[in-house]
Write a protein that binds this ligand. Sequence first.
Ligand SMILES: [Cu+2]
Length: 487
Amino acid sequence: MTTNTLSRRNFVKGSASALALMSFPGLGFGQTAPKIRLEWQQFKATSHYSSFYNAIRTMRANTKASSRTSWQFWTNVHVNYCPHGLPYFLAWHRGYIYYLEQQLQIVSGDANLTLPYWDYYTNPTIPSEFTDPASNNPLYVPRAGTSVYNALDLSPFAPSVYNFQRGTTNAFEPMIESAPHNPVHNLIGGIMATMQSPQDPIFYLHHANIDRLWHAWALPDGKGIPSSTSSYFSGSFTYAPNLTIAKSKTYYPGWLGYDYANDTKPVVLPPQAKSSSFKMVQAQMTPTLRRPAEGRFATAPGRAISAAARSLGGASNVALSEASVSARLPVQPADLQLLEGVRSAAKGAGAQATTTFKSVKVVADNVTITGAGANGGFFYNVYLNLPDGSDSKAARQKYFLGTLGAFELAGVAHHGSATLEFPATEVLANLDPGALSEVTVSLVRVDGGGAPKGEVMRVGELRVELSTEPPLDPNPPAPRSPSDCYC
Ligand SMILES: [Cu+2]
């Protein structure tokens, strides 16, 4: 597949519309040439643009959610089944957009229609066709912001990222979900900051791009992706009645019969869009990352949370606004020793850990969001023991735990209790021993163009927890049945 990439790409530039009919050198007898998904700027110049546009208009006009030809039907598939922060995030969404693509082909009558992708590493502003608020524009929904420049991150594409699955060190899937995936949802905001996000047509261009980035990362040899016969790829995903796909088919073989016009990994960030938020954006991207000032919070001392978990101390009622903030947790010396035990065990220095605890996580418990906050337009980067004045790229690799925003909260909120957990054992293992005289969690605010002012979120308790669970587990429990929501 990879050897033909260049010739295909050159060909795409010339005549995209006839692509699916072409066969390419190197394909064996009986093999069909992959259908090529195009970047939006190329796609909109093809005859498939009107197929895409009209199919979305037809599907959005269909208000019968039980009908597969309605837009809401597909949104409900996402609401009910999508795994976020769980295994199969990439594979599940690959199958999901594949079936939506087929649905668009059926509705449009254009069998060669492929989903376009939005390459925000080249054009970080939403294509203008999606932002025209004319009432008859099916590509438009109200949004908080249009630039995702501040969501971009190159760290998933670093040479050290070889493993794939959640539960392995330096793993691609959780990394790309953390950024740019989640922050793109957050900075666009509006419906994109919720589990109903597929209502916004830009969702599918975003996920086609995430899918493309997975493909680009995996080339040429699949890196650490589990083999087709591994237990990881046994079983199937069910999206709806008669829409079931073997998990292995989301990667093996032939890759569902489509490819992308550009299969290369991003290596640099794009030039920043000139907009009214230019100065603000500039200020956030300075190469030095300051540790946010410590807020004053009521604190909760260390305590047992359950037989399997112990809180090392927490900060209560952490209000989050446009200001970044750090919370220093009141960790007792005895608890610091437990933490040091987990650190040295995770580092491999003291494999015979004297503690029953094996892993550590930062827990944001009882998180609430204001109405303005729920509309998105912002998010927070979460760090453990971020030093002051570190190089932002290095800090990203060493102290970064994940992102917190309206989208992440929406993903957990419909379980009833809004608790977000950030695995922290890998970061802990990489801290210098001297760095453990204190435990500080920093929340660094990142804004898009339409960020709200004032309080947007509140964390009931922000704490660090030790857990008896192993820090890394590439074979987590099997996903729940399709009748179960596992967002
Ligand atoms: Cu998404």
